[in-house]
Design a protein around this ligand. Structure first.
Ligand code: PHE
Length: 445
C-alpha cells in the first residue's frame, strides 16, 4: 500500500526553488549547452533556445510541478492516481528516462571527479603547455579509469539520496548554488579579457540564421527540456514535496530564469576562450573539459581556481544526479521499500547500465552512426523528454478538471495568477502542438 501521510516535504519555498534549480542546473548547462550551441552555429541556436524556454519550457514546467503537487507521489503513481491506469505508462516512461539519463550522466560526472583530482596535480601544467585536448583524449579512451570515476560519482549521488529530502538534497543546494554562480562570473571576466576573445563573443551573440535547420530546432528543444529537467518526472517529484501553500507560478519562473542564466553564462565563459585559444567550437563533448583548464593556466592562482571550479561543477552535477536517482528511488519508497535499500539497488543498476556508455568513448560501441553515449542522449533528450512533457501538458489541459487545476495553481485562490487563461491555452494547444511539429520535422536517428 502506498503511504501518503508520511511523505517528506521541503522546509521552505526557497528550498524547493533551489533544489529544483539544482536539478535543472547541471551538466546540461555547463557541459552540454556550450557544445550543442557550438555544433549548431552559436548565436542562432542561443536565440532559438531562449524562444523555446520562454514559450514552451515555462508552460511545461508549471504543468509538471502542478501534477506533482496534486498527486504527491512518484511520477507513475501520480498519473495513475489522477488520471487512471491508462496514464501510468507516461509516468513510467519518465522514470525510465531518468534511469537512462543517469546511466550516462554518471559517466560525465566521473570525468569531473577525475578533473577535480587532476587539478591538484598536473592539470594546469598540461594546460599551460596547450595539451588539454591530448589529456582529455587519453583519459576518455581508457575505459577502466572512466568506469572507476563513474562509480565514485554514483556512490556519492547514492549517499546524498540516502539522507532524504531535507537533510541531503535541500541543504547541499542552498550553499553550493550561489557559490557556483560567483565562480562563473570570475571565469567569464577572465575569458572575455583574453586577446582574441571578441570573435568568440561574436560567434555566441551575433546570430546567423542561414545556419538554422529543423534539426537545430529539435536540438534546442531537446537541450531545453534536458536542461530544465522536464518530462522525466524529476521536477514532478520535487513538486510533490512542495507544500500546498507555496506559489508555483513564481517558483517556476525563477527556476527557468536561473537555469537559462547559467547556461547563457556557461557559453559566455567558454566561447571567448575557445576563440582566443584557437580551439574548435564544434569540438563536441570534450569542449568544456578542453577549454576551461586552459583558462586556469592563464590566471594567477590557477590551481586554486581549478580546484574550486571543478568542485562546484561537481556539485552542480550532483544536485542534478540526485534528482535523477530520486525518481526511481521515490517509486520504490512509495511502494513501501526501505529508502536505503531502494537507493542502493537503483544506484547499482544504473551504474551497470552506464558501462556501455563509458566504453563507447574509446571508439567502441556504436548504435547506427552514433556512439552509444550519444545515442542514449538522443533517445532521452530529443525523444522521450519532449514526448513525456507533451503528455504532461495534455494531461493538465484536457484530462484534469479545470477548476481543480486553477485551485492548485493558486493555492485555493490565495495566490494571484492573472494569466491563468493564457497559460491554459498554452498547455492545451500551443505547447503540445509546438513540441509535435518540432519533433517530427527534426527527428533523424
Ligand atoms: N537538467 C539536468 C542538467 O541540466 C539534467 C536532468 C535531466 C536532471 C532530467 C533531471 C532530470 O544537467
Amino acid at each position: 500500500m502506498i503511504d501518503e501521510k508520511k511523505r517528506e516535504s521541503f522546509g521552505s519555498r526557497i528550498g524547493f526553488v533551489l533544489a529544483a534549480a539544482g536539478s535543472a542546473v547541471g551538466l546540461g548547462n555547463l557541459w552540454k549547452f556550450p557544445y550543442i550551441a557550438g555544433k549548431n552555429g552559436g548565436a542562432a541556436f542561443l536565440f532559438i533556445y531562449i524562444v523555446i524556454i520562454v514559450c514552451i519550457g515555462v508552460t511545461a514546467m508549471m504543468a509538471e510541478v502542478l501534477i506533482g503537487r496534486m498527486g504527491r507521489l512518484n511520477a507513475a503513481d501520480t498519473f495513475e492516481k489522477l488520471g487512471g491506469k491508462k496514464w501510468k505508462p507516461v509516468g513510467l516512461a519518465g522514470i525510465l528516462c531518468t534511469f537512462i539519463i543517469l546511466s550516462y550522466y554518471s559517466v560525465i560526472g566521473g570525468w569531473i571527479v577525475k578533473y577535480f583530482f587532476m587539478s591538484f596535480t598536473d592539470l594546469i601544467e598540461y594546460a599551460g603547455a596547450g595539451k588539454t585536448g591530448e589529456i582529455f583524449g587519453a583519459f576518455v579512451s581508457n575505459p577502466s579509469q572512466v568506469i572507476f570515476y563513474q562509480g565514485v560519482f554514483m556512490l556519492v549521488t547514492a549517499l546524498v539520496v540516502l539522507f532524504g529530502i531535507k537533510g541531503g538534497i535541500e541543504r547541499s543546494c542552498k550553499i553550493m548554488m550561489p557559490m557556483l554562480f560567483l565562480a562563473m562570473i570570475v571565469l567569464i571576466i577572465r575569458a572575455v579579457t583574453l586577446p582574441g576573445a571578441m570573435s568568440g563573443i561574436e560567434f555566441y551573440l551575433k546570430p546567423d540564421f542561414s545556419k538554422v535547420t529543423s534539426e537545430t530546432w529539435l536540438a534546442a528543444l531537446g537541450q531545453g527540456f534536458f536542461s530544465l529537467s522536464l518530462g522525466a518526472g524529476a521536477i514532478m517529484i520535487y513538486g510533490s514535496y512542495l507544500p500546498k501553500t507555496e506559489n508555483i507560478v513564481s517558483s517556476v519562473k525563477q527556476i527557468c530564469f536561473i537555469d537559462t542564466a547559467v547556461a547563457f553564462l556557461a557559453g559566455l565563459m567558454i566561447f571567448p576562450a575557445v576563440f582566443a585559444f584557437g580551439a574548435e567550437p564544434a569540438a563536441g563533448p570534450g569542449l568544456t573539459f578542453i577549454t576551461v583548464p586552459t583558462l586556469f593556466a592563464k590566471m594567477s592562482g590557477g590551481v586554486v581556481f581549478a580546484v574550486i571550479f571543478f568542485l562546484l561543477f561537481f556539485v552542480a552535477a550532483l544536485t542534478s544526479s540526485i534528482s535523477l536517482l530520486e525518481c526511481s528511488t521515490g517509486y520504490f519508497v512509495d511502494h513501501g521499500m526501505d529508502r536505503k535499500l531502494a537507493t542502493l539497488i537503483t544506484a547499482a543498476l544504473i551504474f551497470l547500465t552506464g558501462i556501455p556508455s563509458a566504453y563507447s568513448l574509446s571508439g567502441g560501441l556504436k548504435i547506427g552512426s552514433r556512439d552509444f553515449i550519444d545515442a542514449a542522449g538522443y533517445l532521452t533528450d530529443s525523444i522521450m523528454m519532449p514526448l513525456c512533457s507533451m503528455f504532461c501538458c495534455i494531461f493538465v489541459g484536457w484530462v484534469l478538471n479545470r477548476e481543480l487545476v486553477k485551485r492548485e495553481a493558486t493555492s485555493d485562490g490565495k495566490i494571484g495568477f492573472g494569466s491563468f487563461n493564457i497559460w491554459m491555452m498554452m498547455v492545451k494547444f500551443a505547447a503540445p502542438a509546438a513540441i509535435l511539429v518540432i519533433f517530427f520535422t527534426g527527428l533523424k536517428w
